[in-house]
Design a protein around this ligand. Structure first.
Ligand SMILES: CC(C)(COP(=O)(O)OP(=O)(O)OC[C@H]1O[C@@H](n2cnc3c(N)ncnc32)[C@H](O)[C@@H]1OP(=O)(O)O)[C@@H](O)C(=O)NCCC(=O)NCCS
Length: 178
């Protein structure tokens, strides 16, 4: 059985040696800057979650944040990874659903994320979860060679609710003019 629970600072150092691809992916993430992620965790603890087995093995994690101003206020997925042996069980979908729910509670208009254009598995998953390609960011990922990213977005219920409210207002005002 898998439990989704809040991420703690210790989790950054707790990944199981068996999960070598997972560690590789996390190590890459962490190499980006451990302090950077710890600062994120301190700012947006609700956006950091871990999927853990009953024996204490970490099966996956998600990291995110809320950012932007006005109608650009949105949730952002910073990192999402599931250990290879726990894939195709719906874990990423669950972690994404949690992040979207948190974003809606914060009245975010949408959730966005960046993904490598070569990461077809992740792109398919996000599309299945309702995300669309908003734009392509050239050479977003540095490396040899650099790689482009798709920025994917999914609008939230808050977006539609505010639009319906706005449309109601327009209809009411138009009716008054008649
Ligand atoms: C992408 C990733 C997070 C998916 O995690 P997951 O837990 O296996 O995904 P889920 O089981 O929640 O899949 C949800 C849906 O996405 C699609 N999907 C996921 N993995 C897929 C695969 N390998 N092939 C085809 N479709 C896939 C399916 O439609 C799936 O639903 P279904 O199983 O009911 O058909 C995981 O493969 C991973 O950690 N990859 C490496 C890190 C990475 O690429 N992270 C994303 C970077 S932005």
């Amino acid at each position: 059985m898998t439990t989704i629970r809040p991420f703690t600072c210790d989790d950054m150092f707790r990944f199981n040696a068996v999960q070598k691809y997972f560690i590789y992916s996390l190590t890459l993430t962490l190499q980006y800057a451990l302090t950077f992620y710890l600062q994120y965790l301190a700012h947006w603890p609700e956006y950091f979650q871990v999927a853990e087995s009953c024996s204490g093995h970490i099966e996956g994690y998600i990291m995110g944040k809320a950012e932007g101003h006005g109608e650009n206020w949105h949730g952002h997925v910073t990192a999402l990874s599931i250990a290879p042996e726990h894939r195709r069980l719906g874990l990423a979908a669950r972690l994404m659903a949690n992040l979207e729910e948190i974003s809606e509670k914060k009245r975010a208009y949408f959730v966005d994320l960046f993904v490598r254009v070569s990461n077809q598995v992740a792109i398919n998953m996000y599309k299945r979860l309702g995300y669309i390609v908003y734009r392509t960011v050239l050479e977003y990922y540095s490396g040899d060679p650099d790689e482009d990213a798709y920025e994917l977005q999914a609008l939230s219920l808050v977006f539609f609710a505010t639009r319906y409210w706005y449309m109601d207002l327009v209809v009411m005002n138009t009716a008054r003019l008649d």
